[in-house]
Design a protein around this ligand. Structure first.
Ligand SMILES: NC(=O)c1ccc[n+]([C@@H]2O[C@H](COP(=O)([O-])OP(=O)(O)OC[C@H]3O[C@@H](n4cnc5c(N)ncnc54)[C@H](OP(=O)(O)O)[C@@H]3O)[C@@H](O)[C@H]2O)c1
Length: 283
């Protein structure tokens, strides 16, 4: 039997502060292939909020336990489990919800063992935003050192990961941020992460974006799905300007729809966590 668990659940969609509640989940009988994981950390990703609100493109059936990513320690293993042992550090396999609980019982195949030297906060947050950034840079076009990518929303966690992963691969990044009183400080921060150029939106409100950026804008422009309406409206002007300026394809991207196979998923996670442990990327 697993220990009793405490979980954050929601029975209907709506504002998180009204529809979520903390509840006790009784111990469950475990089968021989299941493991019980004691969750150590599970973040609140903006997408978790969108799922509770019911506005995300892919929603788990309700009632649901919140949380899409997190890290835990193996607490107990069923008798047929050979590859995992109590004390192992594990993260949820891709595309599973329900990390906002203290103990989780699931089939052994749904957990992935990671290096124990990984900082907990990185282990808990590696599988959504950094993984999206990595896959966006890898899955659409064969980028090589010296190539250039352009992104808006560059201050986001995904954006900051894109900047760092591009830097590591020798890919130039041109980054667009919102106008703010502290824009200069934000630019400095992104440059330190490895951004080659950072422009505010107003700096791009000019004709001849191509000349301004001084690059050949041929290739793909990826626009992450799930921008809210305001973000989308703001971005679209820039995108249209860029499309007009060159021969560019627009493509949507959703990590969950990408359906990485298990080997790809594990390989990507290992790669990212190795970069974290080496101090090459910071989130
Ligand atoms: N497609 C996928 O599979 C996938 C996976 C992961 C994430 N995402 C998406 O990637 C995006 C970034 O995620 P995140 O968790 O990294 O986000 P985050 O850290 O919360 O950052 C949000 C970003 O949106 C910008 N923003 C907010 N309101 C805006 C507005 N009205 N106009 C222009 N920009 C605005 C923010 O700019 P300021 O810094 O100026 O506030 C910031 O850059 C989200 O849209 C998320 O849904 C998609």
């Amino acid at each position: 039997m697993s220990p009793p668990s405490t979980a954050v659940v929601y029975d209907q969609h709506g504002p998180p502060d009204t529809v979520t509640r903390v509840t006790k989940i009784p111990p469950v009988e475990m089968n021989e292939n299941e493991v019980c994981v004691k969750m150590l950390a599970a973040p609140i990703n903006p997408a978790d909020i969108n799922r509770i609100e019911g506005v995300y493109s892919v929603l788990p059936p309700i009632p649901a336990i919140g949380g899409w990513e997190g890290v835990g320690e193996i607490h107990y293993v069923g008798s047929a489990v050979m590859a995992l042992s109590p004390g192992d550090l594990v993260i949820h396999a891709a595309y599973l919800s329900g990390t906002w609980q203290t103990y989780v019982v699931e089939d052994q195949s749904l957990w992935y063992k990671i290096d124990k030297n990984t900082p907990i906060e990185y282990a808990a947050t590696i599988s959504v935003n950094p993984l999206s950034a990595l896959r966006m840079l890898e899955d659409f076009v064969a980028l090589k050192p010296g190539d250039t990518i352009v992104q808006n929303g560059a201050t986001s966690i995904v954006g900051q990961c894109v900047i760092q992963l591009a830097r590591i691969r020798g890919i130039h990044s041109i980054n667009i941020i919102r106008d703010k009183p502290e824009s200069d400080k934000i630019k400095e921060k992104l440059i330190k992460l490895g951004a080659n150029k950072v422009f505010t939106e107003s700096e791009l409100e000019v004709k001849g974006v191509k000349n301004l950026l001084d690059i050949s804008l041929k290739g793909y422009l990826l626009q992450e799905k799930n921008l809210d309406e305001a973000q989308y409206r703001c971005s679209i002007d820039h995108l249209l300007a860029l499309v007009r300026a060159g021969d560019i394809s627009l493509k949507g991207y959703l990590l969950q729809e990408k359906n990485l196979d298990e080997a790809q998923y594990r390989c990507s996670i290992d790669h990212l966590l190795a970069l974290v442990r080496a101090g090459d990327i910071a989130i």
